[in-house]
Design a binder for this molecule. Structure first.
Ligand code: S3P
Length: 444
């Protein structure tokens, strides 16, 4: 290795691989790690966290919470967070740099919306294209004010409201980030803030805020989830064990399924029903995935997953399952490209506003690797190879600062004839810093 400046892209060709074997453990869940830091920073006393994801996105959240008064440090294998209390966050001295992380940005905008704080948010080129209007809108109704860049993007300045006013908000998009932003704003707002969620999304905020002692009720009215949070909450420090991230395990589920002879045990995978959609869809396509040692970790269902090579068949993916696997479509598209027959996905408009436009970027990446892909407005139609390796890419695939595109195309490389070159593996550090080491180890 030569010393490269941090901005130098890391190009890598992922070559066809032998079977994936042995056992691996993926890093902690990204959603739960962000929330552990944020909620710990709002609880007076010491919160201790094991299994925290030490990816760049979570570290951006930690830096922001430090800038607002929390003490966050790693001692031995554990993270220790000394919080400042709801309502007593400090004015940050400089801009909050959110890097690549939409979750950090949207959740923190919510948190600050009910604090007497002026803050500016900045991010990288990918994050600076992503829509923030979806949180600006409800948070403005609560009294916060915003000056955003054109199109409602970063960089933006916000002024929190003190006091903020409670609202009842019906989510116009299926987004756990928007839901969480409103709930977090509700923490320091007198009265009851209500979120109506027509389409259920990941429920880590609800579970964890309850664990931290917030008064929060989740009910159902006319078939719709309704979440109420009582304001001026007092959070109590917790001991948290973060389960492994199913969104990271996903790359290995597909890799072991598509490379003949593989048999891989992925330990400690979070299987919260609002996150486990990919396991169900892969099984529908023919995957051989067995859950072992089912248990609870940190209030979340967890199991070890034994994944054996098995041929995939194309399916029509039910759009209703999308929220439970919203980050897993790039790798599902890779599975579909290697399946027998046609896979049709629809209802995936949200993928166009992730770290990249994951519909367009995966269509072009998979086509460049030799797959047969048709892009529609809201999904992809993929005709698979029937288990034959993909041709591979001649040129480097553009990953557009999107970690999940890079990891998905790395897996495509394992199941290709000539390998797949990825233009930059650096973004993988946002969510899965040891991805390449684990992949190389399992395939060795
Ligand atoms: C997340 C919610 C999802 C997901 C993201 C993490 C969260 O985003 O894509 O990776 O932790 O709340 P949306 O709320 O935009 O769907």
């Amino acid at each position: 290795m030569t010393d490269q400046p941090a901005t130098q892209p890391n190009r890598r060709r992922f070559l066809p691989s032998g079977p994936l074997k042995g056992r691996i453990r993926v890093p902690g869940d990204k959603s739960i790690s962000h929330r552990s830091i944020m909620f710990g920073a709002l609880a007076v006393g010491e919160t201790r966290v094991t299994g925290l994801l030490e990816g760049e996105d979570v570290m951006a959240t930690a830096a922001a919470m430090r800038a607002m008064g929390a003490t966050i440090e790693k001692t031995g294998g554990e993270w220790s967070i000394h919080g400042v209390g709801v309502g007593t966050l400090l004015q940050p001295a400089g801009a909050l740099d959110m890097g690549n992380s939409g979750t950090s940005t949207r959740l923190l905008m919510g948190l600050l919306a009910s604090h007497p704080i002026t803050a500016s948010f900045t991010g990288d080129a990918s994050l600076s294209k992503r829509p923030m209007g979806r949180v600006i809108e409800p948070l403005s109704r609560m009294g916060a004010s915003f000056t955003a860049s054109p199109g409602g993007t970063l960089p933006l300045m916000m002024q929190g409201a003190a006091p903020a006013v409670p609202i009842t908000y019906r989510l116009p998009v299926a987004s756990a980030q928007v839901k969480s932003a409103v709930l977090l704003a509700g923490l320091n707002t007198a009265g009851i803030t209500t979120v109506i969620e027509p389409v259920p999304t990941r429920d880590h905020s609800e579970r964890m805020l309850t664990g931290f002692g917030a008064q929060l009720e989740v009910g159902e009215e006319g078939g719709t989830r309704v979440i109420r949070i009582h304001g001026e909450a007092e959070l109590h420090p917790q001991q948290i064990e973060v389960p492994g991230d199913p969104s990271s395990a996903a790359f290995f589920m597909v890799a072991a399924s598509v490379v003949p002879g593989s048999e891989l045990l992925i330990e400690n995978v979070g299987l919260n029903p609002t996150r486990a959609g990919l396991v169900a869809v892969l099984r529908q396509m023919g995957a051989d995935i067995t859950e072992q040692n089912a248990r609870e970790v940190g209030g979340e269902p967890v199991a070890d997953l034994l994944v054996k090579h098995a041929p995939f068949s194309g399916i029509e993916v039910d759009p209703a399952i999308a929220p439970a696997m919203i980050d897993e479509f790039p790798i599902l598209f890779v599975a579909a490209a290697l399946a027998e027959g046609r896979t049709v996905t629809r209802g995936l408009e949200e993928l166009r506003v992730k770290e990249s436009d994951r519909i367009a970027v995966m269509a072009s990446a998979l086509s460049a690797a030799g797959a047969r892909v048709e892009e529609t407005e809201d999904g992809l139609i993929i005709d698979g190879t029937g288990g034959e390796p993909l041709r591979g890419s001649k040129r480097a695939i553009a990953t557009h600062l999107d970690h999940r595109i890079a990891m998905s195309m790395a897996v495509a490389g394992l199941a290709s004839r000539d390998g797949v070159e990825v233009d930059d593996t650096a973004p993988i550090r946002t969510s899965f810093p040891n991805f390449e080491a684990l992949l190389d180890g399992a395939a060795a």
